[in-house]
Ligand binder design. Structure first.
Ligand code: F6P
Length: 354
C-alpha cells in the first residue's frame, strides 16, 4: 500500500506532528510505503514527491512549520488558467500508484481535496489544520491552541507597558473571518475590550470606555481580530465567506482603530499587529497531542479504506465527518457562545453600541 501526504494552505504549529503520526502509524500498523508531496498541491502538479521513512519523521514532533513545505495558491482545478485535475488524478493513480492521499489543511485545501477525490478513484482523508479554528465539522483544529498561547503572552507583555504609560493598547490577532483567536486569547490575556468579526463594533462606545478608564488612571487593553468590522459589517453564523468577494485584504485594523480612537480618548493610543508570529514556532503540548491523535486517526481511516472524510473533534471526542460538509464553509463564533456570555458577565466589552 502506497500513501501520499501533503500539507496545504498557510502553515501552522503541529503540521510536523501530524506528518510524523500518519507516517509512523502506517509504517508500523501495515508496513505501508509513505511518500511526502512537496509544497501542497503544487507538488502534485509539478510532480515533486519524496519518500518518507521512519527516520525522516523522527525528531520533528516539536518543530514548527512543515518539513514538506506548503503553498496556498496552487489548485489542480485552476492552474495558470487551466484545469489540470485530470492529469493530476492520472499522475496520482498511475504515476505514483497511490492508494490514498492524506491532506492536511484548512477549508480551502479540504475543498480541493474533496473535488480531487471525485475526479479520480483516489481515496482522500483530511486532517483539519489552521490557527483560525474556523473549519466546519470540528470544534478544534490543531495550531489554534498554540496561536492562543502566543497571543496571550503578547497581550500580557503589551499590558505591562500599557499600564506603565497609562495608554490605550490595541493588539491585532489573526483569525481571518472568525474571532476564535481574539476571543480565547482576549479572555486569557485579560483584555478589557475584545472585537470580533461576528460582533460589529462602535468606535464611540470603545472610546467612552477608554475615557472612563483613563479617568480612573487605568490603561485599556483592546484585542481586535483582523476581520473585525464596525456595526453593520459583522458576519453572521452560516454566512459563506469567500476571500475573493472581500476586496479588503485582512490585517491593519489595529492601525485604523488607533487613528480613530486617538482624537476621542484622553490617553495615547498604540497599535501592535502580531501577524505571522502567531503561525510560527513549536506547538503547545495540547497541539502536539491533538495533532498526533489526528494523524493516527487519519492513518486508521486510510487502513480501513475510507475516503472523503476528515478527522474531527466533537464534544471532546475524536470522530470523522464527510469532506463535503466541510468544503467551502467557515465556522464562526455563534452569538450564544458560552465564552462570550462569560466574558460579558465579568465586564469585558465587545465594543457594541451603548
Ligand atoms: O488562515 C490562517 C491565516 O494565518 C489567517 O489567520 C490570516 O488571515 C492568513 O492566514 C494570512 O495568510 P498569509 O500567510 O497568506 O498572509
Amino acid at each position: 500500500m502506497r500513501i501520499g501526504i501533503l500539507t496545504g494552505g498557510g502553515d501552522c504549529p503541529g503540521l510536523n506532528a501530524v506528518i510524523r503520526a500518519v507516517t509512523k502509524s502506517l509504517i508500523q500498523q501495515c508496513g505501508a510505503e509513505v511518500v511526502g508531496i512537496e509544497d501542497g498541491f503544487l507538488g502534485l502538479i509539478e510532480r515533486r514527491v519524496r519518500p518518507l521513512g521512519w527516520d525522516d519523521v523522527s525528531g520533528i514532533l516539536a518543530t514548527g512549520g512543515t518539513i514538506l513545505g506548503t503553498s496556498n495558491t496552487a489548485s489542480p482545478f485552476a492552474w495558470r488558467d487551466r484545469d489540470v485535475s485530470d492529469e493530476v488524478a492520472r499522475y496520482v493513480h498511475d504515476g505514483l500508484g497511490l492508494h490514498s492521499l492524506v491532506v492536511i489543511g484548512g477549508d480551502g485545501t479540504m475543498t480541493i481535496a474533496q473535488h480531487l477525490a471525485s475526479v479520480g478513484s483516489l481515496s482522500v482523508v483530511g486532517v483539519p489544520k489552521t490557527i483560525d479554528n474556523d473549519i466546519e465539522g470540528t470544534e478544534r483544529s490543531f495550531g489554534f491552541d498554540t496561536a492562543v498561547a502566543t497571543v496571550t503572552d503578547a497581550l500580557e507583555r503589551v499590558q505591562t507597558t500599557g499600564q506603565s504609560h497609562g495608554r490605550v493598547m490595541v493588539v491585532e490577532t489573526m483569525g481571518r473571518y472568525a474571532g476564535w483567536i481574539a476571543l480565547e486569547a482576549g479572555v486569557a490575556g485579560a483584555a478589557d475590550v475584545i472585537l470580533l468579526p461576528e460582533i460589529g463594533y462602535d468606535v464611540e462606545a470603545i472610546a467612552a470606555l477608554c475615557r472612563e478608564r483613563s479617568a480612573r488612571r487605568r490603561s485599556t487593553l483592546i484585542c481586535v481580530a483582523e476581520g473585525a468590522k464596525p456595526v453593520g459589517g459583522e458576519l453572521t453564523v452560516g454566512q459563506r465567506v469567500d476571500d475573493a468577494s472581500d476586496p479588503v485584504r485582512l490585517g491593519g485594523v489595529a492601525h485604523v482603530l488607533r487613528a480613530q480612537l486617538q482624537p476621542l480618548v484622553g490617553a495615547e493610543v498604540r497599535a501592535t499587529v502580531l501577524g505571522h508570529v502567531q503561525r510560527g514556532g513549536s506547538p503547545t503540548a495540547f497541539d502536539r497531542v491533538l495533532a498526533t491523535q489526528y494523524g493516527h486517526a487519519a492513518a486508521g481511516l486510510v487502513r480501513q479504506g475510507v475516503s472523503g472524510r476528515m478527522v474531527a473533534l466533537q464534544g471532546g471526542r475524536l470522530c470523522d465527518v464527510p469532506l463535503h460538509e466541510v468544503a467551502g464553509r467557515n465556522r464562526l463564533v455563534p452569538p450564544d457562545h458560552a465564552l462570550l456570555q462569560c466574558a460579558r458577565e465579568i465586564g469585558v466589552s465587545f465594543g457594541e453600541p451603548g
